[in-house]
Design a protein around this ligand. Structure first.
Ligand code: HEM
Length: 152
């Protein structure tokens, strides 16, 4: 189970890099293919990334990786939904939409890139934890003992 968690977390991290690449593809090809340019990014986020995040929750639990690591996987899964929520809330707050874009709307939904970065960092953090769990049997670093106070 520990190896599987490691493999899933590596795939998840790799997928976040693919996701940012697909976002760049969306931006650079928009003038050529229009709105469709973000479809690969959207599908990867909705299907591949969410499925890997779900598998990470499952294997973090099965591998007994500890509460904080399981919560980390849950956080990553929830953050993939925050990515969608940013568009919905941004649209409601500013009245903007794909058909009716506006500058305030663009400023607001651009938070999506920052929360996306949070997913990348979290997936990297999970991968480090999964590797530690696989090597040492514990996902978190053991606390070092407090140095004894120097006796006078
Ligand atoms: C850096 C610039 C980025 C841009 C311009 C961008 C843009 C977009 C767009 C236009 C969509 C489709 C929204 C829709 O119509 O439903 C989308 C979806 C999504 N993006 Fe990004 N994105 C970026 C970065 C990221 C990053 C770094 C991540 C995570 C690593 C990410 C994760 C997602 C996810 C999970 C979805 C699917 C949301 C859903 O529809 O349920 N994005 N993004």
């Amino acid at each position: 189970m520990r190896k599987t968690l490691l493999i899933v977390s590596m795939l998840l991290f790799l997928d976040t890099i693919v996701q940012i690449y697909l976002a760049a593809f969306g931006a650079f090809s928009e003038r050529l293919i229009g709105e469709e340019s973000f479809t690969p990014h959207m599908l990867n986020g909705q299907i591949v990334m969410r499925s890997l995040a779900l598998l990470a929750i499952l294997f973090a639990a099965l591998a007994r990786s500890g509460k904080s690591t399981i919560w980390l996987t849950v956080g990553i899964f929830l953050l993939t939904w925050v990515q969608l929520l940013v568009f919905i809330v941004g649209g409601i707050l500013t009245g903007a939409s794909a058909e009716n874009p506006s500058i305030p709307g663009a400023w607001t939904v651009s938070i999506h890139a920052v929360t996306g970065l949070l997913i990348i960092f979290s997936a990297y953090w999970l991968m480090l934890r999964a590797r530690r769990l696989d090597r040492t049997g514990s996902a978190v670093m053991a606390r070092t003992q407090e140095p004894l106070a120097a006796s006078s």
